[in-house]
Ligand binder design. Sequence first.
Ligand SMILES: [Zn+2]
Ligand SMILES: [Zn+2]
Length: 370
Amino acid sequence: MQQIPKTMLAATLFGPGDLRTITKPVPQPGPGEVLIRVEACAICATDLLILDHRLPGQPPFDGTFTPGHEYSGTIVSLGKGVDEFRVGDRAAVEVHKGCGRCENCIRGLYTACLNYGNLTKGHRANGLTVDGGFAQYVVAHINTVYRLPDHISFAEATLITTAGTVLYGIDRLGGFLAGETVAVTGPGPIGLMAVQLAKALGARVLLTGTRESRLQVGREVGADVTINVNETNPVDEVRQLTGGKGADVVLECSGAANAAQEAVEMVKKGGKILLAGFFKDPVTVDLSRLISNNLVIYGARGEGGRNVGRALALMAQGRLQAKPLITHYFPLPEINRAIKTFAQRLEGAIKVIVEPQKGGKLEDGSQSGD
Ligand SMILES: [Zn+2]
Ligand SMILES: [Zn+2]
């Protein structure tokens, strides 16, 4: 095992959209925590919100906070009392560590912790309220760490966090999808994971979207039918493909303004809808349809219920593919280029990975070294 250096490269936020790669001290793991040498950290749509304006509980824009919540790496040191992991273990990480003392945490709803953002009460959200993985080293609480088998690469492991979010949503709505028809709306990283999870759980999957290249990936990873909403009305198409009934379950992963309304129109009577994509602005939905059609809409925050562990098991069994979703890699000093590539979907970008251990030039032109 390599020596742990005193300082490291980390991207920190100096203001809205002002992310800089700087040198800062390598953190020390406290009781119940481990220090992880970060090998890969994926950029997520939530990072764009974190960069733009502070989310609840997010530290100030003072050049100290490091975002990045979809990361993986190797455990290099253990905090006091940790015997659940060993130095050298490969690790995948989830975001939320509940306080463990509020009534929601006690009931297992730790992603709905009532002490969200309150560090003194023990709550932590990796890369959201405490430092994350756009750095060479990061501290994580063991509640959020999962041992990663050797045959899953670090880059692939970042998608386990994404998959865990959808799987938690599926868990919330009942999870028993064998033989059901599931409509997945939006073929982004979450939607493409939703397709695979629904297939792994025995569903027939209809995927809707606007970009043919992403729908193509959807077919590659298992969608039975893809529907290009620029060519056909997705509600009519889903109804037609289900003998007029509508989908048993709709997994809304697009966050598009009209998506919630389309979901209540394409789901069958008595059906269930999961909202897994954040909406930019408040949306209008005909809620009377919920009443007249016995519909239930679920929201699910983060990757609760230790669903990251379940998603990891599915990936380890070859039922979840991450590789077709990973389109770009950048070293840490080029994180702003990485974010631009992701945000503007340049060169067909789907999932963009930052690799903090790889070299690259700092933005002032100096060499970062490895
Ligand atoms: Zn995310
Ligand atoms: Zn709590």
